[in-house]
Design a protein around this ligand. Sequence first.
Ligand code: NDP
Length: 329
Amino acid sequence: MTTSVKSVVINKDDQGYRAEYTDFPVENIHQHDVNIDVDYSTLNYKDALAITGKGPVVRTFPMIPGIDLAGTVTESKSDEFKVGDKVLLNGFGVGEKYLGGLSEKASMNADWLIPLPANLTPKQAMQIGTAGYTAMLSIIALEKQGITPQSGEILVTGANGGVGSFAIYLLNKLGFDVVATTGRMNEAEHLEKLGAKRVLSRDEFSSPGKPLAKEQFAGAIDSVGSHTLANVCASIKYGGVVTACGLAQGMDFPATVAPFILRGISLMGIDSVMRPKADRIEAWRRLSELVEAQYLDTISHEITLSEAIANAEALLKGEIRGRVVVKLE
Ligand code: NDP
């Protein structure tokens, strides 16, 4: 019987904060209802912060990072999942508070898991990852507020980021006219290929602006926060909707109530981490219907678990473009 498995393990003790690719006891992993052989995990920005210790992500030690995983059930105390089922996990404090996906084996509460959609492979689910899932949740929020392709243009900020690029791709597939803002205008052509009709410099949105600006967009998906989110709200047409999921520029929100009380716009908060199961299943069903395998191969590359630590360093230095999927042997 296997007693230990290859894992990325983060420790913090007298020797300091460090991540190692090492063996980890299976009995310490198998602590929840459903035991899983991990097929694929990912390396998100949050995982890179955890591995390098550059952000306060990890809350207990030793920790196995990895906020996303797709795998196969090997043991289950839950009626919901049986041995051999393919399952998917995003968030729920996994990789922060509970041992995560960057290991050959994992163990999860059944409540955290959803079935892997039938038309996605574990690798494709991880190519989409939390970034694509959060973009889909944001689009569903716009739709639930009545925004349709006929409503007008949708602005996507942080366009070259994980959430931003998925939002552009998915909105375009759904027939929306998408306008992208980016700090990397040299990537404008790439964003247009992805589905943006127009690309604007993020400088137009990132500095302090007026309470109300020209009404331009029917909706917006923002992953940037701060002055950008305030200026986006000020540019939304009467009755429009903005979703906020991120803080790439900052956690502050230096806005006025003017767009809300004079133009009746709405601001919808998007959290992917503690999202109820029904919402997760809906988002992943939509993703499995919309996303093409060919697209996923162009936006991601695969590494092995032993390469995860070096890739985390490179990711934080901005040396990696696109999503990183981690194959478990
Ligand atoms: P990425 O790092 O991949 O992308 C962020 C993008 O934001 C960058 O690519 C850049 O786009 C833009 N950006 C970066 N710095 C600034 C700045 N100072 N001012 C304006 N724009 C900036 O991150 P993700 O797309 O994965 O995540 C985006 C945000 O969403 C993060 O804050 C993340 O923590 C959050 N998030 C939240 C989730 C939730 O559940 N609420 C889930 C997933 C992510 P460009 O180069 O095009 O300008």
